[in-house]
Write a protein that binds this ligand. Structure first.
Ligand code: FAD
Length: 496
């Protein structure tokens, strides 16, 4: 029974970007939300390089964007890659063309301890009850439905709380996700290990790319080099799973010898010193982080963020998938709590859209790894799947983030909507043109799914900025639901 237990509409497990975003979007609809976080914020997390649709789309909806901008994070215009057959680094930017570049075609490199705290504080401000040092032990089930959770507080005392929906946003290290059933499928293709640390006074690329993420491929794998401030840099290396011995033993030695293998990173760090104190003082290892749960929900329980799936760090998709997944789940929960859409329909829409977004990134990243054509390299030969022409993929990278890049004048909604539609059309045309060009194309382009998914991330941004001015939405799947004008709910498509 529920006697003596606190009751909420929604209990969220985990206060990372997935959990705080979901909690906020549900609380903003007037529902009672409790968020349980086992740590005390600020806390360390990896995943520092973000994409525009998080900052200017989902965070615009939760009201966090201006707080993020005010925090003074490193501005990111795109990425620079020493990757593939081309020995020269090449750069993509978050804009279809310089013509459409504007304030929304940017993202940030963030210190996650600060970024995640901004989102969690914002959640509390929007009405979410946040309890830290509250560690969820298990979910409570009755008659095949999840009806609450048990957690322990700072003093070790156990509490049971009840909710109509429990959201597992507890990241990749907790076991809560198991309650959903199905299983966690690990990717063979992305079975890698990452080793990472922090440096002061590493070099910077020249303007305008100094804030970009730099990714550098070498024989054993690839490095990320993320400028977090004028002097602080996050440096990590990804190696294939069966090269684990390269990072066994003393992590400092391992990192140094991998840096020595990679001339560009070696040069960038030649005057730098590794941070050895505070949250950045450790060298950390992560392994087997690419997986997806075969089911994302069951009655009473929804998975978002790393609890549900994660691909690979190379294209900064983790926080995007967590916050986008949170938005999709929030729409389903809001609609079901409002009584306007039935549970099955609402959560099928959530799962189908989320799986599709994940799959698009998965396929895209497979092609991206495939760009490395050095046959002799141990790391890369195993990653090689098909024969492609790489120039097209480079231009595709330009497009990935670019659909959402048109500059919107917020006090000029009508013409902003028009400009948004133009940018979307330009994007769709460019992808169609690539798809029409013949057999040499990356298989990815053949799929209209890719085009639609990329447009969807633009839609999130457009909806956040323009609301009803964007005009009515169309279903993503036959017979499926559409987004409400404010982006907060699902609804049946308009008749006619
Ligand atoms: P998290 O951020 O992990 O938050 C989960 C929260 O739940 C934590 O605060 C945790 O303390 C809490 N929690 C856990 N268990 C419990 C419990 N039982 N009870 C209560 N609370 C609990 N992503 C990017 O976007 N850009 C990048 O550049 C990037 N680089 C990466 C590099 C590597 C090597 C790896 C492995 C990942 C990278 N990612 C990157 C992915 C990114 O780290 C994650 O996708 C992102 O943090 C997921 O957010 P989340 O909200 O799902 O989970």
């Amino acid at each position: 029974g529920t006697e003596g237990h606190e009751e909420f509409d929604v209990v969220v497990v985990g206060g990372g970007p997935g959990g705080s975003t979901l909690g906020t979007l549900v609380a903003m609809q007037g529902h009672d939300v409790l968020l349980l976080e086992k740590e005390t914020f600020p806390r360390y997390q990896i995943g520092e390089s973000l994409l525009p649709s998080t900052i200017h789309g989902v965070c615009r909806m939760t009201g966090a964007t201006d707080k993020i901008i005010d925090a003074g994070f490193m501005l990111k215009h795109g990425g620079t890659f020493r990757w593939g057959a081309n020995p020269e680094p090449w750069t993509f930017s978050f804009s279809v063309s310089p013509r459409t570049a504007g304030p929304t075609s940017t993202a940030f490199q963030v210190e996650r301890s600060k970024f995640d705290k901004i989102l969690l504080d914002n959640a509390a401000e929007k009405g979410v009850q946040v309890r830290q040092q509250a560690s969820v032990q298990n979910v409570v089930e009755e008659d095949g439905r999840v009806v609450g959770v048990v957690y322990t507080d700072a003093s070790g005392e156990r509490h049971e709380v009840r909710a109509k929906w429990v959201v597992d946003a507890s990241g990749n290290r907790s076991g809560i996700h198991k309650a959903v059933g199905g299983k966690r499928e690990y990717s063979d293709f992305f079975r890698s290990l990452a080793l990472f640390g922090y440096f002061e006074n590493g070099k910077r690329m020249a303007e305008p790319t100094s804030g970009n993420i730099l990714c550098v491929a070498f024989d054993s794998g690839w490095f990320w080099y993320i400028p977090l401030s004028d002097t602080l840099t996050s440096v990590g290396v990804v190696v294939r799973h069966d090269m684990a011995e390269k990072i066994q033993g003393d992590p400092e030695k391992a990192l140094n010898s991998l840096i020595a293998e990679c001339p560009m990173i070696k040069d960038f760090l030649s005057d730098a010193t590794r941070v050895t104190t505070g949250q950045y003082g450790e060298i950390r290892v992560r392994k087997d982080y690419s997986y997806r749960q075969t089911k994302f929900w069951k009655p009473g329980l929804v998975l978002v963020g790393d609890a549900a799936c994660f691909v690979d760090p190379v294209f900064s998709s983790g926080v995007h998938l967590a916050t986008y997944g949170a938005l999709l789940a929030a729409r389903s929960i809001n609609s079901v709590l409002a009584g306007t859409v039935d549970q099955e329909k609402a959560f099928e829409e959530f799962e189908a859209r989320y799986v599709r977004e994940y799959s698009v990134f998965y396929e895209f990243l497979m092609s991206f790894y495939d760009m490395h054509v050095d046959e002799d390299s141990y790391f890369w030969s195993a990653k090689k799947v098909t024969q492609n022409q790489y120039g097209e993929l480079e231009s595709f990278v330009d497009l990935v983030a670019g659909v959402s890049s048109a500059e919107f004048g917020l006090n000029d909604a009508e013409s902003a909507a028009l400009r948004f539609k133009k940018a979307s059309a330009e994007f769709a045309g460019a992808v169609d043109a690539m798809a029409a060009e013949g057999d040499s194309m990356v298989p990815l382009f053949k799929s209209s799914v890719v085009r639609q998914a990329m447009q969807e991330s633009g839609q999130v941004q457009g909806r956040a900025l323009l609301g009803a001015d964007l005009g009515p939405d169309t279903p993503m799947f036959p017979g499926g639901l559409v987004t409400s004008d404010d982006g907060m709910l699902w609804q049946a498509p308009a008749q006619g």
